[in-house]
Design a protein around this ligand. Structure first.
Ligand SMILES: NC(=O)c1ccc[n+]([C@@H]2O[C@H](COP(=O)([O-])OP(=O)(O)OC[C@H]3O[C@@H](n4cnc5c(N)ncnc54)[C@H](O)[C@@H]3O)[C@@H](O)[C@H]2O)c1
Length: 316
């Protein structure tokens, strides 16, 4: 049975990777809505696939989104559009807060146009500075303080409220740091890989002792598409991320080792805010869903090195 699916922010890193996978199923028709603020049309699927189209629009503008959602009548909506990135979100707090409008627009239109379920890209940032490690969907208190995290936490609250009051089904994905070939070069993994391949210094904020877990995009996409196809995690929240914790300094050293680069790590002043000390999900829900080991950080970094090396050779 065919399904019409809306992916907002679908010209971005995670959204673009999701769309590329969704169109491989001929039963899906995918509409991508993106304002191309950080997204790029070259992240769209190959033209060989007939079952998708791109519409440039701003999800924070009700009239623009309304015209699209009332004419297509989507079965499912993946709401991934957002201002993203630590430095960008700290520099543009008002713009970030405006994303609450996009979430409200999407929900009120979804409720009125018969959408069967919405999927929302929340973030590990809702846990803020950690109360406990690993961070569990049900038991770890949420601790959002900065605008980006507050938007995600408020978004989760709106989504649950639309379910309670109107019965609009949802799944909340709390994404932890996710990297892949479609990620812009200003994020940590592609930034380190590119610098190492060029033999340039690798800058890190502070001592680099802050830890993160890095989820390779394939694990994220397989999780979310499985949830869509199975209809599982209905009206539920799931951490989507790796549970292998690595410091930023160790990540830089791993990239240098794997590229055989002569690059040196240089230390910049620590960020005053927004650079959480630790983050690690309890990802047991995700692991039981995938039922296979996640892509290791060594494997994922190698894929990124191969991708960027190839791109440099082809000069694109
Ligand atoms: N990648 C991660 O590590 C990570 C972690 C936690 C949460 N997330 C969330 O996942 C989603 C996707 O993140 P990503 O890494 O792909 O980032 P991204 O910046 O690559 O993608 C976001 C996309 O949204 C678009 N966009 C932004 N504002 C818009 C608007 N008002 N209207 C229409 N389009 C708009 C951008 O042009 C971009 O294509 C975001 O909601 C982000 O907050 C990502």
């Amino acid at each position: 049975m065919s399904r019409i699916i809306l992916v907002t922010g679908g010209a971005g890193n995670v959204g673009g990777s999701l769309v590329r996978e969704l169109v491989k199923n001929p039963d899906n028709f995918v509409v991508v809505v993106d304002n191309l603020s950080t997204g790029d049309l070259n992240k769209m699927p190959d033209k060989q696939y007939p079952n998708w189209r791109f519409i440039k629009a701003d999800t924070n503008d009700f009239n623009e989104l309304s015209a699209i959602m009332t004419s297509f009548r989507f079965d499912y909506v993946f709401h991934y559009s957002a201002v993203v990135g630590v430095k960008r979100t700290l520099a543009n707090p008002i713009k970030v807060l405006h994303d609450i409008e996009g979430i409200k627009n999407m929900l009120s239109l979804a409720k009125n146009t018969g959408v069967k379920r919405t999927f929302f890209s929340s973030s590990s940032e809702v846990y803020g500075e950690p109360y406990e490690i690993p961070q569990n969907e049900e038991t770890t208190p949420l601790n959002a303080r900065l605008p980006y995290a507050i938007v995600k936490q408020t978004g989760e609250c709106f989504i649950r409220s639309y379910y309670r009051e109107y019965g609009l089904d949802y799944t909340i994905f709390r994404f932890f740091n996710t990297y892949g070939p479609l990620q812009s070069n200003d994020f940590v993994v592609p930034k380190f890989v590119n610098s190492a391949l060029k033999g340039e210094d690798i800058p890190i904020y502070g001592k680099g002792e802050q830890t993160r877990t890095f989820c390779y995009i394939d694990d994220n996409i397989e999780t979310t598409i499985k949830i869509l196809n199975e209809g599982s995690f209905r009206n539920d929240v799931i951490n989507v991320g790796s549970d292998f914790e690595i410091s930023i300094l160790e990540l830089a050293e791993l990239v240098i080792e794997k590229t055989g680069s002569s690059s040196k790590v240089i230390h910049l002043p620590a960020l005053k805010e927004g650079d959480m000390t630790r983050r690690r999900p309890d990802n047991s829900k995700m692991k039981s869903l995938l039922n296979r080991p996640l892509v290791s950080v060594e494997e994922g970094i190698q894929k990124m090195i191969d991708f960027h090396r190839n791109r440099m050779t082809m000069n694109v």
